[in-house]
Design a protein around this ligand. Structure first.
Ligand code: F6R
Length: 608
């Protein structure tokens, strides 16, 4: 996962590289580094442990500038977070390399290079790449050829960029399985892991394909495919707004993104519903044709996106469509039996999650009728490689803990549900009801967001806690899982979710006065059952933190009414997710953790 940025220009590129790194920090932030070609034509490198701000202090305290440079923000895979393991990795002064991905045959290559006399200063797989390239430069190859020949020896997934003072006026890049874009400017060109890094300097992008090798010069770019032929790749204009990556008045991106939910839910519905009807034409013919044939749905995703899939299973099976949901890291490696008429749905915010992509790629000959992705990033690999896509329109999500991506995924899945239900005889009054429920969502979420202060008070109850339980039943079990994931990832409190009925089969043993128990209590047919489960908790001294949309009286400790009179069962999981996001956020504020960039995590998990 790691972020790469590079630039060649007629001006000092350091500010461009530092800004780019800051924008890529969501991909990793264990350590960072930069190498620029200075006025003497030499590569000067700065590296530091920790976030980009640490690197920036180093860079700002020097008077170095350069017209060509490559930079990196790291999420450790091989080798602990340390300055020596930060990129760029260099082979002497001959070549500098930044790399995102994992080289699987690195130890075999390391042994070979050691025998040739190269000595290693890091534990990274990337240093192997730098020495391999240096070896080729040593035998007289140009940088471009050195990169091509090195790439041919690498096994694994990578996006990499190399610069060498010996072949000065170019950055050479290649990708295989990890994302890389080229940004085009006026007598200056750029490279990065994604477009957001380069939005301050360009809107024009080329998305490299697997196996591409490109030479990026000040005056142009040449791209060659894996067969060595020069190719032209389409130039795309990004419509992303630069301000979408600003925090605005919010203390954290996560809070900003939680509050953006009414707006992005509306965006996701825009042009897709009208006058109480689903506008099916907005899906496109190919999607409609796939939905016609769908008899079973297999959902594959990771993390929060997997939780969205789990909610969708409850919805789909209610209309009679058998549905299985699995985390991609398991699905990709097991032998699967695909039922007839099975549609593979992948769900992903980034569209670059390595396990989800691998599951999609591995499904080629499994016998699905087709692949559909629910995704938030139009230019992503998942979108490009799926048969059809249904885009969420959450906008850029920067906070590592996913919030608006989840709720918009649920909205997208609800729209797909209506389309599938139509094919099973959904009555038009019923369709109108479902559509109107979606239409009401932005307003309902607005109302819940106004409870921020009250939820902030509730959060105090977690300040001294080490553990928490989240309970739910039916579609609220995955909502509880999502609430627990949010709490654990940003507050570092150990949190588990259980279907409330499962409590007595083990987890109840954990409940005492030091165990907060969080539960969303929708007014649904399982309410009475959940209330009994909560009584069991209360009887053992467990402290309850409850959210509901009506008054429930069971001698509650911390109870928050969502003050909504009309939460609908179908969309209630979306509404109830919001207070759980806010709870996790305010607990993390009290705990003073790094909310937008929690330890050990990264936003886009492009490695296995
Ligand atoms: C949790 C979170 C992760 C992601 C997961 C999948 O808050 O963000 O669990 O949901 O890494 O990422 P995407 O959706 O990009 O495939």
């Amino acid at each position: 996962m790691c972020g790469i940025v590079g630039a060649i220009a007629e001006r000092n590129v350091l500010p461009i590289l530092m800004e780019g790194l800051q924008r890529l920090e969501y991909r990793g932030y264990d350590s960072a580094g930069v190498a620029v070609r200075d006025v003497d034509g030499e590569l000067k490198r700065f590296r530091s442990l920790g976030k980009v701000t640490e690197l920036k202090k180093l860079v700002d305290s020097s008077d170095i500038s350069g017209d060509l440079g490559i930079a990196h923000t790291r999420w450790a895979t091989h080798g602990v977070p340390a300055e020596r393991n930060a990129h760029p990795q260099m082979s002497g002064v001959r070549v500098a390399v930044v790399h995102n991905g994992i080289i699987e045959n690195h130890s075999e290559l390391r042994d070979r290079l050691t025998a040739l006399g190269y000595s290693f200063t890091s534990e990274t797989d990337t240093e192997v790449i730098a020495h391999l390239m240096a070896d080729k430069l040593e035998s007289g190859r140009a940088l471009f050829d050195a990169v091509v020949e090195t790439a041919a020896e690498l096994k694994g997934a990578y996006a990499l960029a190399a610069a060498s003072p010996e072949d000065g006026d170019r950055i050479v890049v290649t990708r295989e399985g990890s994302p890389l874009v080229i940004g085009l400017g006026e007598r200056e060109n750029f490279i990065a892991s994604d477009v957001t890094a380069l939005l301050p300097v360009t809107r024009k992008f080329i998305f490299l394909e697997d196996g591409d090798v490109a030479e990026v010069r000040r005056d142009g770019v040449s791209i060659y495919n894996s067969g060595g032929e020069e190719v032209r790749r389409e130039i795309k204009e990004s419509t992303l707004s630069n301000s979408s990556v600003d925090k605005g008045p919010y203390a954290h991106y996560m809070l900003k993104e939680i509050f953006e939910q009414p707006g992005v839910i509306s965006e996701t519905l825009e042009g897709r519903i009208h006058n109480g009807r689903l506008l099916e034409a907005s899906f496109g013919h190919e999607t409609a044709a796939l939905l016609d044939k769908t008899r079973h749905v297999q959902i594959v995703a990771c993390g929060t996106s997997y939780h969205a899939g789990m909610v969708a299973r409850y919805w789909l099976e209610e209309i009679g469509i058998p549905c299985s949901v699995e985390v991609a890291s398991e699905y990709r490696y097991r032998k699967v039996v695909v039922p007839e008429g099975s549609l593979l749905i992948t769900i992903s915010q980034s569209g670059e999650t390595a396990d989800t992509l691998a599951a999609l790629r591995g499904s080629q000959d499994q016998g699905h009728i087709g692949t559909l992705c629910v995704c938030n990033v139009p230019e992503s690999s998942l979108v490009r490689e799926s048969d059809v896509c249904f885009m969420t329109r959450a906008g850029t999500e920067i906070g590592v803990a996913s919030t608006k991506a989840f709720t918009t995924q649920l909205v997208a899945l609800r729209l797909l549900l209506i389309a599938l239900a139509r094919r099973r005889g959904l009555a038009s009054e019923q369709e109108e009801k479902m559509v109107n429920e979606l239409h009401a969502l932005p307003r309902q979420v607005e109302v819940v967001l106004q409870l921020g202060d009250k939820i902030e008070k509730m959060a105090q109850g977690f300040s001294d806690k080490q553990n928490a339980l989240f309970l739910g039943r039916g579609a609220f079990y995955p909502v509880a899982m999502e609430g627990a994931l949010k709490l654990k990832e940003i507050s570092y409190i150990h949190a588990e979710a259980y279907p409330a009925g499962e409590l007595k089969h083990g987890p109840l043993a954990l409940v005492d006065a030091s165990m907060p128990v969080v539960c969303a209590l929708p007014d649904d047919p399982l309410l009475e059952k959940v209330l009994s489960n909560l009584q069991e908790v209360r009887a053992r001294g467990g402290e309850l933190f409850l959210f509901s949309d009506h008054k429930v009286n069971i001698g509650l400790d911390h109870y928050q009414n969502l003050t909504l009179s009309d939460i609908y069962p179908g969309t209630a999981p979306i509404v109830y997710t919001v207070p759980l996001q806010l709870l996790a956020y305010y607990v993390a504020v009290i705990k003073e953790t790094d909310i937008d960039q929690p330890r050990n995590l990264a936003k886009s998990v492009t490695v296995e």
